[in-house]
Design a protein. Sequence first.
Length: 202
Amino acid sequence: METPRPRLTLAERLYLPQVIAGVGITTRHFLRNLTLHTLHLFGLARDRSAAVTTQYPEQRKTYSEGYRGAHRLTLKPDGSVRCTACFLCATACPAKCINIEAGEHPDPEVEKYPVRYEIDTLQCIYCGMCVEACPCDAIRMDTFVHPHLWGYRREDFIEPKAVLMERSRVLQERGREALMEDMQRAYQEGRDTGPAVAPPRP
Ligand code: SF4
Ligand code: SF4
């Protein structure tokens, strides 16, 4: 059965009423917040809150302990990658954004390692399934930082193994705050890849 389409007026076809209504709502909120912030400066209307913008990344809110931040690949005591390239994380990933290339490890005691391990952060939905799937605690999301926030090419948002390992190194050596400081510095300097990373090792 065919549903009759409603006939739109000329104003509706031009979207003008909706545009004017939208500008009206924005203006109303702007004037309300401006007035309340001005009154607060003089100690008036303190019981009425006005919108406050958090100037991220310079200002940050406190994240909960369960916050899922940028990934990191954990390290063995000798600084090498813990990952055994078993592909369980890539298989569990619903966004199919983990790409691994496995290789023979030079140490005969270790079967495999990831020659290449990449996460496409534009596809990642930060569900944490990769962390849950890993049988050897080789990947975590406890960095409390966002992944790369800026870039002009798709490749800028693909995090390679070296960056993922470097996060673990910084966390071990300089602590959680250092990760955010490095990210902010890279952002302010307009660097592409965040903190400088050491050459990857097996
Ligand atoms: S957080 Fe989820 S979407 Fe992102 S890499 Fe892990 S499994 Fe994939
Ligand atoms: S991170 Fe864990 S689950 Fe993923 S390939 Fe490495 S060892 Fe396997």
